[in-house]
Design a binder for this molecule. Structure first.
Ligand SMILES: C[S@@+](CC[C@H](N)C(=O)[O-])C[C@H]1O[C@@H](n2cnc3c(N)ncnc32)[C@H](O)[C@@H]1O
Length: 260
């Protein structure tokens, strides 16, 4: 499928997201454990319940790791991503177009399932994207939305500090409850939520972020390695021969489209 090369020069906030991800597209799939973690990926398919394979849309799909799993399970998958280089990677596995999720180029009631993993915090206007997802889902369709969130109030502030230091494109920091509210306010009914922990090698994760200076990487690494005790306990932080490991808390929501 042809990739739309438009829009790059017209939208500044989008441009900075694009600049970050285009540099990482080739190596993205192997740049952190969560990206290819089989249990996390499979949780998205399981979040659809027992419905038979139908039409799925993966939004902000990156290299399409989740969509590939749907495809392997017999689903017909389409992807969209703002970063052309990411869309090209995903396009090797299923049709993927380079557009913003704020204006989805599909007709109303087109998909049985929409999937959005680890991108809601990057969106300029998340509610607009949820409204678009609502529009393109069939009646009774399901949105599977997942993201890393704090374990509890005890690690929330420090995790936000780490995220804001590492990710210049972060639009808003979300807890699990914030995300549930976003969904409910956008005409979705949360029918299930699942939590998973994925262990990350922070040194490897930072090494795969060419947009960060060496100084910034050292700063983020220090924020994890020397985090307050409550954070260290919840995230099981461990320093080992120069490397730093910790657990990330994931939430995977199943949210059913309801009438406006
Ligand atoms: C952290 S990556 C996650 C990729 C993929 N969802 C995954 O879980 O592997 C975020 C992706 O969202 C894309 N993105 C950010 N803002 C977007 C927008 N407004 N519309 C479409 N894609 C967007 C980026 O280009 C990037 O590929």
């Amino acid at each position: 499928m042809a990739i739309n090369h438009g829009q790059r020069k017209t939208m500044n906030p989008a441009n900075s997201v694009i600049d970050q991800f285009r540099k990482r597209a080739r190596t993205y799939s192997g740049s952190a454990n969560w990206i290819s973690d089989c249990g996390l990926i499979r949780a998205h398919l399981e979040a659809c319940g027992r419905r038979p394979p139908g039409h799925a849309l993966e939004l902000c799909c990156g290299t399409g790791m989740v969509g590939r799993d749907f495809r392997a399970a017999g689903w017909s998958v389409c992807g969209i991503d703002l970063t052309r280089e990411m869309a090209e990677e995903a396009n090797q596995f299923f049709p993927c177009i380079c557009v913003t999720a704020e204006k989805i180029p599909f007709l109303d009631d087109s998909f049985d399932v929409a999937v959005l993993r680890q991108a809601y915090f990057l969106l300029e206007d998340g509610r607009k994207v949820l409204a678009e997802i609502h529009r393109v889902l069939k009646p009774g369709g399901v949105l599977v939305l997942s993201q890393t969130v704090p374990y509890s109030d005890a690690d929330a502030d420090w995790l936000e500090h780490i995220h804001r230091t590492k990710q210049a494109q972060l639009k808003r920091f979300f807890t699990e409850e914030d995300l549930a509210l976003e969904l409910e306010r956008s005409c979705f009914r949360v029918t299930a939520r699942r939590r998973l922990s994925v262990r990350e090698d922070i040194t490897r994760w930072l090494a795969a972020a060419p947009e960060l200076s060496a100084k910034k990487r050292a700063q983020v690494r220090g924020l994890v390695a020397d985090a307050p005790e409550a954070y260290r306990r919840l995230h099981r932080v461990q320093s080992q021969g120069g490397a730093v490991f910790e657990n990330w808390n994931w939430v995977v929501f199943s949210a059913r489209k309801r009438r406006p």
